[in-house]
Design a protein. Sequence first.
Length: 151
Amino acid sequence: MGEVARLFVASARHRPMLERSEVCAIENRGFEGCAHSRAGSRRQVLLVEAETLGQLGLAPGVVRENVTTEGIRLAELQAGDRLRMGHQAVLEVTIPCEPCDQLEAIRTGLRDEMQGRRGILCRVIEGGLIRRGDAIEGAAVAAATSSQGQK
């Protein structure tokens, strides 16, 4: 199980991310108030590991993630995996986020440094409030674990 370490929204494209203590995830859209929210998009929410940011000497939010996670290995997730954040919100993994040229504006060579570690993109399956410190649980993993315990 992981944890929501930090939450961010973009007030406008190409502007610094704004940190929030809580956000409202909107079904099939993304985070309320985020300029990157798009209905039907596979790129509604970006998750990046705090551990990766720490290893690269980067501050949370600087690579434009919406959720900085702790204690969850995002690279091990597959398209279609679902993550519950808080009590209601469910996000579905869509694709890995490929490092882009915009990372070079942060630091020369960062695009190469982030290969395979850029995080994952998700879409919102079920909306709800997400707060800093909320648990992140794999919906499919949690269901399998509880059914195995009943045998």
